[in-house]
Design a protein around this ligand. Sequence first.
Ligand SMILES: Cc1cc2nc3c(=O)[nH]c(=O)nc-3n(C[C@H](O)[C@H](O)[C@H](O)COP(=O)(O)OP(=O)(O)OC[C@H]3O[C@@H](n4cnc5c(N)ncnc54)[C@H](O)[C@@H]3O)c2cc1C
Length: 455
Amino acid sequence: MEATVVGGGLAGCEAAWQLARRGVRVRLIEQKPAAISPAHQTPMLAELVCSNSLRSNALETGPGLLKAELRRLGSLIIACADLYRVPAGDALAVERFGFGREITARLAMHPLITIERRPVHDMPPGHVILATGPLTGTELARRIRAACGSAGLYFYDAIAPIVDADSIDMDKAFRASRWGKGGGDDYVNCPMNREEYAAFVAAVRAGRKVLPHSFEEPRYFEGCLPIEVMAERGDDTLAFGPMKPIGLDDPRTGRWPHAVVQLRPENRYRTSYNLVGFQTRLAIPEQKRIFQMIPGLEKAEFLRFGAIHRNSYVDGPRVLGPELELRTLPTVQLAGQITGVEGYIESCAMGLVSARFLAARLGGTTCPPPPVETAIGGLWSHVTRAREDGERYEPQNINFGLLPPIEGLAARRAGKSGRRKLHAERAQAALTPWLDQPADDTLLASTGLAIRASA
Ligand SMILES: Cc1cc2nc3c(=O)[nH]c(=O)nc-3n(C[C@H](O)[C@H](O)[C@H](O)COP(=O)(O)OP(=O)(O)OC[C@H]3O[C@@H](n4cnc5c(N)ncnc54)[C@H](O)[C@@H]3O)c2cc1C
């Protein structure tokens, strides 16, 4: 059994490891140091390009749950992160050079893995996992685009913040669709009077913005401008743009408000909502402070903050099959951030899933998808689930909004933190049948390379 993995980042390293521990001979091709993206700096594999934090370890958070699952699944990335942990409270932060060196060494020493250092410009033959990340080289990106169709691969990410539905104050916000269209109550609307709107525009203008990286020339589409750019264009630009109130009767006054922030359901369970048209380069603490000025969002809990950055990712639900394979080229699977997840651990998770599917294929069997009640299954579902008409596909960090809600009286009584605990318990139980026993762990144990999956 043989496979090629392109890209030695978090996803590619995890995929190569998971394939090899299932007896697959792996050729891992990494472009560094011959070619190096503007965000990468070292020849190490699994380089953390920015923060050294893999976020919370607490089981009652999306990132904590995902890491717990990855530990049980024998993830190389998480095992090495645990090995090189530095003190960071609840978060799993790592000593980045030790972490990268350990992963590079383990892969280099693995008897079934060969590492080639060169850029890949075309689709390699045979079974392939492409894990070339948010800054995929231009030539290869062109090939992926040709395989996906022209609208199947995006190069920029302009995302709006997402808030937890339970944290919206519905005594101030109201449900309505513009002109009562569609379901009539599809949107949650946060109304503003003239003074509130003026204060909000002033805060957006004055708020601290994140400067683009040197390789990110800001190219905005008129239909997708950051709110701060619109706020700079004039006092009323936002009120005539994403905050326009027309067709939205506030049931408390019977009139249209001066301006409105509309929130659209982010998932079919309506447990999270995105702020429509609020893509932004405001710094994260500023987003929290300024968006909590919006009536109804004073106590909003942000599941994701807005961002605009360079990011290569495919329109997963349109171009990927259930095993993360390109529909038009089924011997090529994707893994990592390019599938439409966002973040180190999410990318690692999509490397693990892609490899599980491929190892089963090569062995002449199939691997069922990860259960949707798990964090890893929630991510898989996000990148593969068919979207409803008009629903935009956007990259996602792990959060409980990607998992089916916990229903029932006990869940209602449990409150928010109790529900998170229930989410975590349900996920842990659902993952058990998806754990497997790879064939060659005994071989690895004799070399001292084995990663022991936690119970
Ligand atoms: C500037 C920046 C800052 C970020 N900060 C954070 C952060 O703080 N926290 C966080 O969780 N996430 C962050 N991210 C997102 C983060 O990069 C990803 O979540 C994660 O690294 C993606 O893993 P990956 O394996 O998919 O891609 P990567 O880790 O980028 O790995 C891709 C690998 O493929 C190689 N490669 C690319 N093209 C080719 C080719 N043609 N041939 C051969 N090899 C190739 C690259 O050299 C690289 O080693 C950031 C991203 C960027 C761009």
